[in-house]
Design a protein around this ligand. Structure first.
Ligand code: AMP
Length: 397
């Protein structure tokens, strides 16, 4: 880990530019879920405790380089004040004289929020001049937005190169968890990859078969692999056009020593609907009009026994159509087992990306996982083995 944390920096009397992700849902100007705001509170609190002055930089929505009142961060001030339990000032631009004055007059214990960085078209172009304008407002840069770290933007990349830079608490927790899971993990390592399509997770599968000992494939994408094995999947969701790619992945896994686990039994229905009539069948016996909606109990048993053997688990994507009861059964049973093993200190479990958080929350297992990443795109790119520009910039700073 070549990056610094807040503990490595001298923050006393320093203006700290903190890049955060506070892209919270807003309905009629009211924040309906403040999770992202609450998660950055430790960083703000620790900077204040060390005698620093937190100045928050963030994007909000996609204003496309134009000032749009409905995407002004001003609307978040009351929620930020409640989360930080202190006064939050607001500057109507993230660079320039007004922002500079607000930064210089900030009082100890208070916070300054700068306007949406994406009101400047230059932000998403990683423009160095815009970054220099931001750098002029502070003494130290702190990136606490892992979920924006897969993008090289002025506030996430260029700025990190202009000031002494470190990771905030949330970024630190995320990077430590990810490093433990794929960087130098305790073996055996198991990955679970589920969800709808192979085509959206090709790079992910390619990276994982080189790094993990077991790769459990579930969900709609498992159907494509069953097709590649010459099995009938009826009217199930499957990308038949990807069947050769799936076959290549199976062959490559053989050569890297990664064991791929596909369902051995399946839960089959006639339509995509909750509580619709269904039966458990062998993967050899899916009827022409059958729709595979979940992995069967024998598959779950096998997955659970692999979890018991594993020391590290990394999970993206549900094992079935988890939004429809009872086709959430395999996802729930496997998730609860991973949670129990984690609780017992036998497994390090990291999960994230898209629907995974919703699926694990619904199963009631999320609270016991070692780490659940709420960063969608950044988590997936990291799982794909890519270097995230925002993290690389911190490492070089
Ligand atoms: P993803 O966004 O790729 O992680 O895919 C998640 C979606 O895949 C969820 O909406 C699931 O309902 C869906 N899914 C998982 N398994 C199946 C399946 N066997 N048939 C249809 N959809 C599925």
């Amino acid at each position: 880990m070549g990056w610094k944390t807040l503990d490595d920096m001298d923050l006393n009397g320093k203006r700290v530019l903190v890049r955060v992700d506070i892209n919270v849902p807003l309905v009629d100007g009211v924040v309906t879920d403040s999770t992202r705001i609450r998660r950055i509170a430790p960083t703000v609190r620790d900077i204040i405790a060390a005698g620093g002055f937190p100045i928050l930089l963030a994007h909000f929505g996609r204003p496309g380089g134009e000032r749009r009142e409905n995407l002004s961060l001003n609307q978040l001030v009351p929620t930020l004040e409640r989360a930080f339990e202190t006064k939050v000032h607001f500057a109507a631009d993230c660079v320039g004289a007004g922002a500079k004055e607000a930064a210089e007059t900030l009082q100890p214990g208070e916070v300054l929020l700068l306007e949406n960085t994406r009101f400047h078209a230059a932000e998403t172009k990683n423009d160095p001049e815009l970054a220099a304008g931001m750098a002029a407002l502070g003494d130290v840069y702190c990136n606490d937005a892992f979920s924006a770290a897969h993008r090289a933007h002025s506030s996430t990349e260029a700025l990190a190169r202009l000031l002494p830079a470190c990771a905030g608490r949330l970024m630190q927790a995320e990077l430590e968890a990810l490093e433990a899971a794929l960087g130098a993990p305790e073996r055996p390592v198991t990955a679970v990859v589920g969800g709808a399509k192979v085509s959206t997770k090709l790079e992910l599968l390619g990276n994982l078969i080189e790094k993990v000992d077991y790769l459990v494939i579930g969900g709609g994408m498992a159907n494509t692999f069953l097709v590649a094995q010459g099995k009938n999947v009826g009217v199930s969701l499957a990308e038949r056009i990807m069947k050769d790619t799936a076959a290549e992945i199976l062959a490559k896994a053989d050569s890297t020593g990664c064991k791929i686990i596909l369902p051995s039994d399946i839960v089959v229905a006639k339509k995509f609907e909750a509580h619709t009539e269904h039966e458990v069948l062998s993967t050899e016996n899916c009827p022409e009009d059958g729709m595979i909606l979940d992995a069967g109990p024998a598959s779950v048993e096998q997955i659970i026994s692999i979890f018991e053997e594993s020391k590290t688990l990394i999970w993206n994507g549900p094992l079935g159509a988890f939004e429809l009861e009872p086709f959430d059964a395999a996802t729930n049973a496997a998730a609860l087992k991973a949670a129990a093993l984690t609780r017992a200190g036998l497994l390090t479990s990291v999960a994230g990306g898209g629907d995974t958080v919703a699926a694990l929350n619904a199963s009631g297992a999320a609270g016991d996982f070692t780490y659940i990443s709420t960063a969608g795109g950044a988590f997936l790119e990291w799982m794909e083995g890519k270097t995230l520009p925002g993290v690389a910039a911190l490492e070089q700073a």
